[in-house]
Design a protein around this ligand. Structure first.
Ligand code: PLP
Length: 426
């Protein structure tokens, strides 16, 4: 896969995105003209122009729902989890009613001590203690804090295409630049491409496993190879590269694939996790950052607390922290997701399309049957199935399907895929 600069869409594509829903005006996806226009910074304007494909897809789906009714539309855009299980909802209700001193007051920046303790147990790697842990505002907060705390401004952050486009925002807000390395067609790591992306400015590499959008789960062999590449870079005089492992989907891995422990392979690493997807509480903004024992210590702890404040989060939401403490177990069942993955994969195959195997997560990563992916995704939207074009992930000749939807929506999608594919030849 080529690592085109993700999300930097040509203006033609921006026009096309507007055409999908017929509602985006002024060339900016999902942004309507208003009297405050021009007030935001140049960086914000540029990012609005360049990104926002996922949210634009969700806005398109909303317009389609208003026109055709909710059941007639397959919104396969946003990585929305399924509804939270009953036990999780009950835990949040108990947490909301909890009585304790300063229940609604400020708290330690890195979270309730007993929760940090329990998270260290959840990580379950020798040397990882409560001091290694920060409770964060989702995985987004964890990644941002890791980059802010351990990577000097002006550094480069390497990401592997296809990649989650918010990585660009997290990095640039911390004063870093993104460098994109490609991956193999099936989503597995291309270690040569990664080695070639490293240079004197490299400060971090973000590894997302399972990957959004490719669904690839890094294997033991890949992790070993990656560690060798990163160590060889330092041995040649490069700065130690911080390995930021984004594990948002770690409890949604489908057998026979399994999770590999990054801490066993590379010391200069951090785990960024959240409960957004597996417990279905994305709106509650709760996750954590865990440091390898080699990064753990009083200075790192003070640094993370400072970054939690500097980034403006101050602390992760109190009610969500208490809800985690209320829950007996944080295990989640991947079965409802695996069933949907199988239905979606069948639909893609029935339409004659090629998708990478989804080994974990919520997405199918599909090669566009037409050279112009934007035209194909528009053809799907005309048939009321909304997906995200690959340009959003740095690989324009693919598109992403989020299969974490109710079954009727998967039927709408299956029909749309067959009809759109048949509607015009490449
Ligand atoms: N990383 C990846 C790969 C994601 O897909 C997402 C959300 O979709 C996030 C991070 C952010 O997760 P959270 O909601 O926990 O901040």
């Amino acid at each position: 896969m080529t690592g085109a600069r993700g999300g930097r869409a040509p203006s033609r594509e921006i026009r096309d995105a507007g055409r999908i829903g017929g509602g985006a005006r002024g060339g900016r996806r999902g942004v309507s003209a208003g009297s405050g226009d021009g007030a935001v910074t140049a960086w914000v304007q540029e990012e609005i122009e360049a990104g926002g494909w996922v949210r634009a897809g969700a806005a398109t789906a909303q317009r389609l729902r208003e026109r055709y009714g909710a059941d007639a539309v397959a919104d396969l855009s946003l990585g929305q989890p399924l509804e939270a299980p009953e036990a999780v909802r009950q835990a949040f209700m108990r947490a909301a009613a909890a009585v304790r001193p300063r229940r609604f007051g400020y708290m330690p920046n890195l979270g309730y001590p007993e929760l940090r303790e329990r998270i260290a147990g959840d990580v379950d790697v020798a040397g990882v203690t409560a001091q290694s842990v920060a409770v964060t505002v989702g995985a987004a907060g964890a990644i941002s804090m890791a980059l802010r705390a351990f990577v000097e401004a002006g550094s480069e952050v390497v990401v592997i295409a296809p990649y989650f486009s918010e990585f660009r925002l997290y990095s640039e807000v911390c004063g870093h630049r993104l460098r994109v390395a490609g991956s193999a067609e099936d989503g597995s790591l291309d270690l040569d491409a990664i080695a070639a992306a490293l240079n004197d400015a490299t400060g971090a590499l973000i590894l997302n496993t399972p990957c959004n959008p490719s669904g690839h789960v890094a294997t033991e062999e890949e992790m070993r190879g990656l560690a060798l590449v990163l160590r060889a870079h330092s041995a040649r005089g490069g700065r130690p590269v911080l390995l930021v492992v984004d594990e948002v989907y770690r409890r949604l891995i489908y057998p026979p694939h399994r999770r590999v422990e990054p801490f066993h392979h590379y010391e200069h690493s951090v785990l960024c996790r959240s409960f957004s997807k597996d417990l279905g509480v994305a709106g509650e903004r709760i996750g954590y950052l865990a440091l390898h024992s080699s990064l753990t210590g009083a200075e790192s702890e003070a640094g993370l607390a400072l970054c939690q404040r500097a980034l403006g989060y101050v602390n992760a939401p109190a009610t969500a922290q208490l809800a985690l403490l209320e829950l007996q177990s944080w295990e989640a069942t991947a079965t409802p997701y695996r069933e949907r993955r199988d239905i979606a994969a069948k639909a893609v195959a029935a339409a004659g399309l090629q998708a990478a195997e989804c080994q974990g997560g919520l997405y199918l990563w599909v090669r566009s049957p037409w050279e112009d992916t934007m035209t194909f995704t528009a053809a799907l939207a005309e048939r009321r199935a909304v997906v995200v074009p690959g340009v959003a992930f740095g690989v324009p000749d693919h598109f992403r399907i989020c299969f974490s939807v109710e079954r009727p929506a998967l039927q709408v999608a299956a029909r749309a895929l067959v009809e759109a594919t048949a509607s015009r030849e490449k």
